[in-house]
Design a protein. Structure first.
Length: 334
């Protein structure tokens, strides 16, 4: 169990280790995603009451319209006012959900629209939650809508980041005010994610009952790499449960084994880089603390050296001899 108000680097490391393993022996990216959101929802709790800190946890990814399931394609078409979508049009697709309400524990019932068409740069810019997340991840909308291979190869390892809304209520970045934020008293929203090797953008979005500081939110950037590692076990080959591709890919598993291993090696190298960066950051913090304590210690020693000569021991009356005492007679008039 992890307390969001007391979340430490040690908690981050433990959680990261678990999330990184959830993609093993899983039939699809959807199944992996469901494990991820369920683990986060169940294990982030108030340490005193045991109550869930999360109201709703969702995992999204961009996915081509032509490769969506029929139900998700229908969802995308409903939002396009009768226009015919292109097969390669990216859609903001809900892959998994876990939350306080029963219907929130299936991607098919957790949202009215399971796939939002990202038709153009102008239209995406008008969707505050998605466009805001793209910016916070260090990307631009045209890049997300149509990754160029050369630019993608430069970006993909570096794009792992967070999307933090410390005050969710009345925030324009969070449009679900009346359906989620206000009735369920959501205080903060935290997203983390990045780019998959395929060019898809993924994000875990957590709606929280507690406010979290930026320092805590920053640690979730490292969890993004663990989620990416889990998702890469299936990558783009088997995305949805009961996909028509499932049987063919299971029967030809050896074809993809080398590719999966390559992804794992690449992700482990990224994890090592992130770990080294975190170690360097912590080392720099420790060095600043040591330097500060050393300066304080040097200052104390200097003060003691200045005060020491003037602080001769006080002898008082106890060391005065009897012959030096002046006898005071009692005043009979008193």
């Amino acid at each position: 169990m992890y307390d969001m108000n007391l979340f430490t680097p040690q908690d981050m490391a433990k959680c990261s280790l678990v999330l990184r393993q959830l993609g093993r022996n899983t039939a699809s990216m959807e199944a992996t995603s469901q494990k991820i959101v369920k683990y986060i929802y169940q294990h982030f709790c108030d340490s005193q009451t045991g109550e869930n800190t999360c109201v709703l946890v969702r995992l999204f990814k961009t996915h081509p319209y032509g490769e969506l399931e029929d139900s998700s394609q229908q969802s995308a078409r409903r939002l396009m006012n009768g226009n015919s979508p292109a097969a390669d049009m990216k859609c903001w697709t809900l892959l998994a959900a876990a939350g306080a309400e029963p219907q929130w524990n299936s991607r098919h019932t957790a949202a009215e629209n399971t796939a939002i068409p990202l038709v153009s740069t102008e239209l995406v810019a008008q969707i505050p939650a998605i466009s805001g997340m793209i910016r916070e991840f260090g990307l631009d909308i045209p890049t997300v809508l149509g990754i160029e291979p050369e630019r993608f190869r430069q970006l993909e390892p570096a794009v792992l980041n967070i999307f933090h809304v410390p005050e969710a209520k009345d925030n324009a970045l969070i449009p679900e005010q009346n359906s989620l934020i206000i009735p369920y008293q959501v205080k903060s929203v935290l997203g983390f994610g990045g780019l998959l090797r395929s060019g898809s953008l993924f994000a875990v979005v957590i709606s929280l009952k507690v406010k979290i500081p930026q320092s805590t939110a920053q640690m979730f950037k490292y969890l993004a790499l663990s989620v990416k590692t889990s998702l890469s076990f299936s990558e783009e080959e088997i995305v949805f449960n009961f996909s028509e591709k499932n049987e063919n890919i299971v029967n030809n598993n050896n074809i993809y084994e080398t590719q999966i291993l390559e992804h794992q090696v690449s992700n482990l190298i990224e994890l090592l880089d992130f770990s080294e960066q975190e170690m360097l950051r912590q080392a720099a913090n420790f060095q600043r603390i040591i330097d500060k304590l050393q300066r304080e210690l040097a200052g104390r020693k200097k003060k003691q050296q200045i005060l020491q000569p003037s602080q001769e021991p006080f002898t008082g009356i106890l060391n005065i001899g009897e012959d030096e005492m002046i006898r005071v007679e009692e005043n009979p008039g008193i």
